[in-house]
Write a protein that binds this ligand. Structure first.
Ligand SMILES: C[S@@+](CC[C@H](N)C(=O)[O-])C[C@H]1O[C@@H](n2cnc3c(N)ncnc32)[C@H](O)[C@@H]1O
Ligand code: SF4
Length: 384
């Protein structure tokens, strides 16, 4: 049984990118002139929000984007120093920063070593130049390999890479080669996402015009199975649908999201969660800066009904190897929530899509392939 309320995480969204990748729907802008005013606004927001986590111990800080490595590492240091001064940061706090391969230089890494960052997430996406070009990435695969080697040489041990599979034109043998090549490095963690074609992105527009079609379901499943099999052979534990870690190297920050631990989100578009409500900052860096320049926060908030909290718990926990904790369900959602889930899971267990381990319900490999369908099947219907 975990205790969600004694610690919290901080997510910091750095919204800047140098160019736009064809698939990406994360909030990002190309606006180098806004970097310094943004950092000033972020420092101000950190001050104004410190009551959100109160006396809770900050066990993780995640600097994501956009592209955090657009900022000089010295700026990251200023941001982190401010967070350390304002918040109750734990001594063993996991501090991750996302880095793009084309930003990795010796000078950057030297400066980064001067900060409190102790975990690096690098967006490799694919080791094949044709995929990188197709997705409008700024780097080649040999640049990415050099960046990864330089990160290890700089002394970082807790390193994770991002890969994307299910890319149109990528066969399963190409995906297999991508995996094999990744495991030649001493990475401790891998996030591998199936490409999703998001409306409004370049790929979304191409799809609308009939210029791009998604790979078929059979090929998707094949690539997912290869991922699970090869990662396990390479010593990684599959602890969440898209995440694989060596023992001791799971992402604590992301695991906490999935375990309903509180978090504070700083920066435009960042979300915050305190167990009972969710807040999300304005998704516009100029408005964000303007509001903070006049000492105001700009966010929307939703109080989460019991039904929404129940559905969010199902959605996140079922994607993990820890699954649904039935004791937690009973404690948080009463006997009614407990009975509901136990009744519905029976059928899924019979179909081999789910299994019960003592007081937890977990998706089988077969269930993971259709996790989205299972989760929407289980969600409590209705309006609040
Ligand atoms: C915040 S994003 C990017 C971080 C960093 N700027 C980079 O480019 O590597 C985090 C990860 O989400 C994944 N991602 C983003 N959009 C995706 C999509 N539409 N389909 C699959 N994976 C996606 C990519 O692997 C990406 O590295
Ligand atoms: S994948 Fe990374 S670099 Fe590319 S647009 Fe998204 S945030 Fe920016």
């Amino acid at each position: 049984m975990f205790h969600p309320f004694i610690m919290a995480g901080i997510y910091i969204h750095i919204p800047f990118c140098r160019t736009l990748c064809a698939y990406c729907d994360f909030y990002h802008v190309i606006a180098p002139q806004d970097v310094q005013p943004f950092v000033n606004a972020l420092l101000k927001e950190a001050e104004l929000r410190k009551e959100y986590t109160g006396s809770q111990n900050i066990s993780t800080i995640y600097i994501g984007g956009g592209t955090p490595s657009v900022l000089p590492a010295a700026m990251l240091k200023i941001i982190l120093n401010r967070i350390f001064r304002l918040y109750n940061v734990a001594n063993d706090c996991e501090i991750t920063v996302e880095i793009n391969p084309d930003d990795v230089t010796r000078e950057y890494l030297e400066q980064l070593k001067e900060t409190q960052v102790n975990r690096i997430s690098i967006g490799i996406q694919s080791w094949r130049d044709q995929d990188l070009k197709f997705m409008n990435r700024r780097h080649t695969s040999s640049q990415a390999a050099k960046a990864l080697e330089d990160i290890f040489s700089a002394g970082y041990e807790n390193v994770t890479i991002d890969l994307i599979y299910g890319i149109p034109g990528m066969t399963s043998s190409a995906w297999l080669s991508n995996l094999d090549f990744s495991f030649r490095f001493d990475i401790r963690h891998l996030s591998a996402y199936h490409l999703t074609i998001e409306p409004g992105t370049l790929f979304g527009k191409m799809k609308e015009k009939g210029l791009l079609s998604e790979i078929d379901e059979e090929e998707s499943n094949l690539q997912f199975n290869l991922l699970v099999e090869k990662a396990s052979e390479a010593g990684f534990i599959h602890y969440e649908i898209s995440n694989f870690g060596k023992p001791g190297f799971f992402s604590i920050h992301n695991s906490n999201y999935w375990k309903q631990v509180n978090y504070l989100g700083l920066g435009p578009s960042a979300h915050s969660f305190n167990g009972y409500s969710r807040q999300w900052n304005v998704r516009d860096v100029k408005k964000y800066i303007k509001a903070l320049e006049s000492g105001n926060l700009m966010f929307e908030m939703e109080e989460l009904s019991k039904r929404t909290r129940f559905n969010e718990y199902l959605m996140t926990s079922l994607r993990t190897m820890w699954g649904i904790d039935l004791d937690y369900v009973e404690e948080m959602f009463d006997k009614e929530g407990y009975d509901y889930i136990v009744n519905l899971s029976g059928k899924l267990i019979d179909y081999g899509l789910m299994r019960q381990d003592k007081k937890t319900l977990v998706l089988t490999n077969q269930g993971q392939m259709i996790s989205d369908n299972i989760i929407s099947e289980l969600m409590l219907p209705g309006d609040d």
